[in-house]
Design a protein around this ligand. Structure first.
Ligand SMILES: O=c1[nH]c(=O)c2nc[nH]c2[nH]1
Ligand SMILES: [Zn+2]
Length: 501
């Protein structure tokens, strides 16, 4: 266990029995649908699977032991947050675009446009992961432990990561994910044609060798009963990949049934470059399509400046877009018309922090930024319909993310058969900067359910716009408690809770 992550629960202390969670559960099972379930009992098996949901559970009327007995479990935990209206469960966040290797550059490179930003800040940093063996492993362990700790303690239970071109440190990254208990897709960056920064590129043959080594290593790494880390095919973006490499990666995805992630149409200069380099392709999306890289398991990051034809193709191929508004603002790339993608083009859209183009590794922050950027877009276009709602953004951060990573029936919402990848939000946590007033709280005794639901929706607004990772007090991944920042007040002092209750 890395010593710099005191908030991460060590594996040994994870709960292994049957667990019943009781309290308020909030989720967006489908686009446009927000479900707020008060007094809900959720049963989770020792494998981390939700096998029982009882909405509106009344202890005086119902017997929770039926759930326990159904599983022939004599030992179980009962975790009750129903008495505190400032606490609620939400699905763990799914970050569908993040560069783990770029974490040290967070906050650096403001307003440097993409291609300069890559050469001046990003390639030199990523190149440090290709140093001599001992040096690079130490460097990688430090950076990768920190980024996993940071995202996990901010409520990200699963992420689709980019690492670097280096295979050894990429394998180390996958091991660290498992050690911390975060679900993850691990993408070794593939790039054999870096014309502007030759120090940081690989040969086609090296790429083939590295990808095979990573696929084999990750195959052996997962626990026997579950796949928590998985490789993802990652051509960095068209300008740094030869046609031979793009072709091979398309085939590799098919032969190993592996998902694909890449960048598309982030910056106008980048689009011009692609046009010059691939004159036989009508547009950027066609470059990927020609090399068999567009399918329902492809995540396309940014997708800000797509043409109508590209949108149609992306929709038809059922690719997902990872919207990264924090990054798009920080390096001035533009405003993606996300509402149109979701509702008119019927494209699945998820959210990405895009560290370090994005300066915040918390998806909660990206939810906030996605809404603000959409308001700016609406002011520019004069179309109110361009504005994203809280429900849209929460959906993209959870169920939309689950769809993007090919796990719509496993993650993203509370449903029997899904995995318990969950965060507990506490608006009155120690150090919380959220202010709530008594009349704003959905109290147990409130009989008017509509009023109670409206109060809960207002609390979601408070969480998203004035909260942060300090309000994410517990995180479970695959049913296992992996983060516990829970404190309680004793004699006017905040004391860390050792156990769940
Ligand atoms: O935001 C981005 N970050 C990157 O590292 C990158 N590489 C290509 N295109 C990119 N865009
Ligand atoms: Zn990126």
């Amino acid at each position: 266990m890395p010593s710099n992550s005191p908030l991460i629960e060590p594996k040994a202390s994870s709960s292994i029995g049957y667990t019943l969670y009781y309290g308020t559960f909030v989720h967006t099972p489908t686009l446009e649908e927000l479900e707020i379930c008060f007094n809900t009992l959720v049963g989770v098996t020792s494998d981390g699977e939700i096998d029982y949901i009882h909405k509106n559970y009344k202890p005086e009327e119902h017997d929770y032991m039926t759930a326990v007995h159904r599983n022939r479990n004599r030992h179980f935990d009962f975790i009750d947050y129903s008495q505190d209206p400032t606490k609620f469960f939400v699905p763990g966040f799914i970050d569908t675009h993040i560069h783990a290797s770029q974490f040290p550059n967070v906050g650096i490179g403001l307003d440097c446009p993409l291609l300069d930003w890559l050469n001046d800040y990003t390639f030199p940093l990523e190149n440090q992961f290709t140093d001599s063996n001992e040096k690079k492993l130490q460097f990688a362990k430090n950076v990768y432990s920190k980024v996993i700790n940071k995202t996990l303690t901010s409520g990200t239970t699963c992420a689709s990561y980019f690492t670097t071109i280096d295979p050894q440190t990429t394998n180390l990254f996958a091991e660290l994910l498992l050690e911390h208990g975060q679900r993850g897709f691990v993408g070794k960056v593939c790039m054999d044609h870096n014309d502007t920064y030759h120090d940081y590129e690989e040969s086609f043959e090296d790429c083939v060798h590295s990808m095979n080594s990573i696929i084999n290593h990750l195959d052996k790494l997962n626990p026997s009963d579950d796949t928590l880390v998985k490789p993802i095919i990652t051509p960095r973006f068209a300008p740094v990949c030869s046609r031979k490499m793009l072709n091979w990666l398309g085939k590799l995805s098919k032969t190993h049934s592996l998902p694909i992630q890449t960048h598309i149409s982030e910056n106008t200069k980048e689009i011009e470059l692609v046009r010059d380099m691939f004159p036989d392709c009508e547009d950027y999306a066609t470059v990927y399509d020609k090399h068999n890289l567009l399918s329902s398991s492809t995540i396309l990051a940014h997708a800000i400046h797509l043409t109508k034809k590209e949108r149609k193709m992306i929709s038809k191929k059922e690719c997902s877009i990872s919207h990264c508004p924090t990054s798009n603002t920080f390096i001035s790339s533009g405003e993606a018309p996300v509402k149109q993608y979701l509702y008119q083009d019927k494209i699945n859209v998820s959210l990405g922090t895009d560290v370090s183009g994005g300066f915040d590794s918390s998806i909660l922050a990206v939810i906030k930024h996605s809404i603000l950027v959409s308001h700016h877009l609406a002011m520019k276009t004069g179309r109110q319909g361009d504005k994203l709602s809280i429900i849209d953004a929460l959906y993209m951060a959870t169920q939309g993310g689950a769809k993007a990573i090919g796990m719509p029936d496993v993650l993203g919402s509370f449903e029997v058969g899904k995995k318990f990848d969950v965060q507990l939000i506490d608006l009155s946590s120690k150090d919380s900067i959220v202010d709530t007033f008594e009349w704003q709280l959905p109290l147990e005794e409130e009989a008017n359910q509509r009023k109670k639901s409206k109060q809960m929706q207002d609390l979601l607004g408070k969480w998203i716009f004035s909260g942060d990772d300090r309000n994410c007090v517990k995180v479970w991944c695959n049913g296992r408690l992996v983060v516990n920042k829970m404190h309680y007040q004793r004699d006017d002092r905040w004391v860390m809770v050792e156990k769940d209750f």
